[in-house]
Design a protein around this ligand. Sequence first.
Ligand SMILES: NC(=O)c1ccc[n+]([C@@H]2O[C@H](COP(=O)([O-])OP(=O)(O)OC[C@H]3O[C@@H](n4cnc5c(N)ncnc54)[C@H](OP(=O)(O)O)[C@@H]3O)[C@@H](O)[C@H]2O)c1
Length: 244
Amino acid sequence: MERNILITSGSAGIGKSIVKKIVECESFHRMIINYGHNDEAAEELKASLPKDIVEKVVFVKADMSTVEGLDILVNAVKKEFDHIDWLICNTGIGTYAKFEDYDIELWDKVMRTNVTIPVFLIQRLKNMFSYGGKIIFMTSYSGIVPYSSSIVYGTSKAAVAFLAKNLMKEFESKGVCLNAIAPGFIETRWQDGRSQESYDRINAKIALHRFGKPEEVAKITYDVLTNDYINGAVIEVTGGYGYF
Ligand SMILES: NC(=O)c1ccc[n+]([C@@H]2O[C@H](COP(=O)([O-])OP(=O)(O)OC[C@H]3O[C@@H](n4cnc5c(N)ncnc54)[C@H](OP(=O)(O)O)[C@@H]3O)[C@@H](O)[C@H]2O)c1
């Protein structure tokens, strides 16, 4: 079956690696790749795709931290797809602000982007899911073990992981599987500006003594998308963080 696939935040980092993995392994019908701001990165990804694939791909610029962005993406999906097979909710933002410097706006922005908007994306697209469809959430190991200094990020990602289990009931009649991937430390722009001291400190706590590659997260994401009996799982991809 040729699938319709939607990925949020698919123009860079882990999302881009997931797009590349799907393009490499899957003969799909249509794919919508959402991104928030950076046209250049989206153009770069587009230029790197084979010509026959580009024809099947639609890039949708929509800021998924806003209700306006949600509206833009939902309208694009309704225009481009008559059904959805795979949805990858990959958008996530964090903050390095100290807890004492938080204000409600900052807390609300992270929670809205990481939890609220994905919930309403799914609510508004629910009727379009085909039987046996798949939904994947990108959560984080920091939503399982509170190692991160960012309390709001960890709390939002814990909620995301819980959604994969909680929404199963809503999709039971459609046989849709919902799962979450929980990466540890992955080499994307997320790590920009990290000092060597910080790398060394974190690597000392990882059994494999290195950060993960976005391709390694993409591979397990694809494996879960193509498995018809994993449902409600939260899959850790950490290289063995906290092993010592
Ligand atoms: N990297 C890690 O160590 C790590 C660990 C655990 C979990 N994760 C999770 O993995 C997911 C992807 O992270 P990543 O490391 O790949 O991050 P990233 O490199 O910062 O992600 C880049 C992608 O996110 C998009 N994006 C950012 N803000 C957006 C917005 N408001 N609306 C729509 N798209 C937006 C970017 O598009 P634009 O630039 O065009 O906005 C781009 O496509 C996130 O949910 C993150 O929480 C990452």
